[in-house]
Write a protein that binds this ligand. Structure first.
Ligand SMILES: [Ca+2]
Ligand SMILES: [Ca+2]
Length: 391
């Protein structure tokens, strides 16, 4: 089995067997949704991100982990996709590493800029690169490979836990999710280290040049600090926030944070928030195991015990599409290991009810939306893009 979001899926299987006879607090089942192939004639190689350019064209973009972006028309009968960009030569690919995230500039229609999050090797050492590219001057369906402009890079001490998301907020700033760097248990305590890039949600101004090819928003939590903290930090104490999303109507930033031994979490990310890792794994003390210092830590809006079957959470989106009206305003997310799809109802930032809405969806690597806010699911192993429909 391909290892992807977890250090050891063999360990996961063992855990499932060991716990098989215990009663769990199972999630209730809501009215199910149908999960159907969105583009039956299209197939992608290890899709890990899905988005649109918000440019008035009806095109969709799928990120393939090895280092390509493919583009196609948003019609169910689409017969083929084209290569928008191929940076396989730059990308270090395998396990949790690769081309991991894509975000289009809010003014892409006029400036042609888009932003990537990928891992690369420099002198044999792995690092994350956040890089701007531009569309070709003469072909709207091709990126210009010579347009690469590096915003920043940072070291990845281990192959796993690379985060990987890039998203623009309504504030026009670029948000970047970083994992704790990897290994097991965050050995360097990066999550709580405010001088480290790792274990964070970062926020930068891509329209500024004060840091070279980007700038620091004036109201970032550590902007202008004298303590050596990273000014790029927006929130910290995260383990591996693989997929994040904005809900624009409520201006809320959601993150699925992949857990360690026992618990997966869904977080609502606020400016300056400390989400606890490695002091806590979700609602439990983790390091130290007992009597951890909990003052000021923000617990997840939803805790998912791994004993229920979830072992690698994939953050989704608050549903704003039309296909399944019953999901309006609910946070739809999934799990890469259990293959379950959930809908979380919240009120004033607190969980009201989390329900299973589909099972057997497969290895869910990412969610994405089109220009009409319909929700799509990337199946990592089948390479298919799925969508939701009424039962
Ligand atoms: Ca890493
Ligand atoms: Ca946490």
């Amino acid at each position: 089995m391909k290892k992807f979001f977890k250090s050891s899926l063999a360990g996961v299987a063992l855990l499932i067997i060991c716990n098989a006879s215990k009663p769990f607090e199972h999630w209730p089942r809501a009215e199910p949704v149908k999960v159907v192939e969105a583009f039956p004639r299209l197939h992608f190689d290890y899709p890990v991100d899905f988005t649109h350019a918000n440019d008035g064209t009806n095109r969709l973009f799928v990120v393939e982990q090895e280092g390509t972006i493919r583009i196609f028309e948003n019609v169910a009968s689409a017969a083929s996709s084209k290569e928008f960009l191929n940076i396989k030569k730059l990308v270090s690919y395998g396990g949790e590493a690769g081309l991991l995230g894509l975000a289009f500039h809010p003014d892409y229609k006029n400036n042609g800029y888009f932003f990537l999050n990928y891992t690369t090797k420099v002198s044999g050492k792995l690092e994350t690169a956040i890089v701007r590219y531009k569309v070709s001057e003469n072909d709207p369906n091709r990126a210009d490979p010579a347009s690469a402009t590096v915003l920043f890079t940072f070291d990845q001490p281990f192959d796993n836990h690379n985060g990987g998301a890039v998203k623009f907020g309504k504030d026009g700033y670029l948000y970047v999710s970083t994992g704790d760097g990897g290994s097991w248990g965050d050995p360097s305590n990066n999550g709580q280290n405010k001088s480290a890039w790792l274990g964070k949600i970062l926020r930068v101004d891509v329209n500024s040049k004060t840091k070279g090819n980007y700038g620091i928003p004036a109201d970032n939590p550590f902007a202008g600090n004298k303590e050596g903290f990273r000014e790029e930090i927006f929130a910290y104490g995260l383990r591996n926030p693989w997929r994040i999303s904005f809900d624009d109507p409520t201006n809320t930033l959601w993150a699925g944070d992949v857990g360690q031994n026992k618990r997966e979490e869904i977080n609502i990310i606020v400016k300056g928030g400390n989400y606890g890792w490695r002091l806590k794994e979700s609602i439990d003390c983790y390091n130290p195991k007992r009597d951890c210092e909990t003052a000021g830590l923000i617990d997840p809006v939803l805790d998912l015990p791994q004993a229920n079957g979830e072992h690698s959470i994939t953050g989704g989106f608050v549903y704003r599409g039309k296909a399944v009206p019953a999901l309006e305003g609910k946070y739809v997310f999934g799990d890469y290991v259990s293959g379950r799809l959930f809908a979380l109802e919240t009120k004033n930032g607190k969980a009201v009810q989390n329900s299973i809405i589909a099972e057997g969806v497969g290895q869910i690597s990412a969610f994405g939306t089109d220009a009409s806010d319909e929700l799509y699911i990337c199946n990592y192993t089948t390479g298919k893009i799925m969508k939701l429909a009424k039962p």
